[in-house]
Design a protein around this ligand. Structure first.
Ligand code: CP
Ligand code: NVA
Length: 306
């Protein structure tokens, strides 16, 4: 049995295999073909933070695979009132076939997984958001952009940044990360990623100048400057991140065919300008839709491993 907690635990081959299954399911869905590979299975979805895409894509995806999804917010279950993670894990995994968790500390997800009898999927922690990267890479494949990727991440060194770094390290592409000083990525994640990059040939560079990161890039991406749980820092962050907005001027430095990706939700006028967002809206909303297809690929893949 396998869990999906970070891309670190997956080989390049496994990541590509999950995406291939997702693409096949997507093709079938568009033809009206539903294969109920997870018939009679239940996915428990624990949310300790808000969500639009993650909730809808896992719930709709599970239904399309012939299964059922349970939405469990921490206001509704005893986990939110102090029932231990390890007890919650043993109870839920005795009744459900898979669990998806969105929470704060990555260690909480790891603890849950270590007590779970069924596969656990990371639906976002403070450190990683790996299901989003499955959708992002699937989108690049669909646009024929997966060869010779030079990606630029501009903004906060957060869960999305760490996940891009892990994807680049595993698949062996170039990634430049530009953050303001003091908002750099976790040094522990950076060390791990550089170790993996030695084997894959990935080039992963950290910098504080967004223009340097974007120059010649084929893919430009960003994320909110204020992640869930950091709401109190919002005003301060807006001041510090000035100059990190992906706007037309920034995009003009990238490759002329460069694509802009955003995991959403997006805050126009902050991390991305209205113009850049709308110019790239087709690929951005395809990226959002691909959450559905990539995660179905993931759930089917995890089910086949047991
Ligand atoms: N991108 C993403 O995970 O969106 P939600 O927070 O809406 O799930
Ligand atoms: N970094 C953001 C991602 C939202 C999908 C957050 O954690 O809030």
């Amino acid at each position: 049995m396998r869990h999906f907690l970070t891309l670190k635990d997956f080989t390049k081959y496994e990541i590509l295999e999950i995406i291939d299954i997702g693409l096949e399911i997507k093709k079938n869905l568009k033809l009206g073909i539903y294969k109920h590979e997870l018939k009679n299975q239940t996915l428990a979805m624990i949310f300790e933070k808000s969500s639009t895409r993650t909730r809808v894509s896992f719930e709709a995806g599970m239904f399309q695979l012939g299964g059922h999804a349970l939405f469990l917010s921490n206001r509704d279950i005893h986990l939110g009132r102090g029932e231990p993670v390890k007890d919650t894990a043993r109870v839920i995994s005795s009744m459900c076939n898979m669990v998806m968790i969105r929470t704060f500390e990555h260690s909480k997800l790891e603890e849950f997984a270590s007590f779970s009898k069924v596969p656990v999927i990371n639906g976002l922690t403070d450190t990683y958001h790996p299901v989003q990267l499955l959708a992002d890479y699937m989108t690049l494949v669909e646009h024929g952009m997966e060869k010779n990727i030079v990606a630029a991440y501009v903004g906060d060194g957060n869960n999305m940044t760490h996940s891009w770094m892990m994807l680049a390290a595993k698949l062996g592409f170039e990634l430049r990360v530009a953050t303001p000083k003091g908002y750099e990525v976790s040094s522990a994640v950076l060390d791990e990623v550089q170790e993996i990059a030695k084997e894959s040939g990935a080039i992963i560079k950290m910098m504080n100048d967004p223009k340097e990161a974007v120059r010649g890039a084929t893919v430009v991406t960003t994320d909110t400057w204020t992640s869930m749980g950091q709401e109190d820092e919002k005003e301060e962050r807006i001041k510090i991140f000035k100059g990190f907005m992906v706007n037309d001027e920034m995009m003009s430095l990238a490759d002329s065919n460069a694509k802009f990706l955003h995991c959403l939700p997006a805050y126009r006028g902050l991390e991305v300008s209205e113009e850049v967002f709308e110019k790239h809206s087709e690929i951005i909303f395809n990226e959002a839709e691909n959450r559905l297809h990539a995660q179905k690929g993931l759930m089917v893949w995890l089910d086949r491993q047991r």
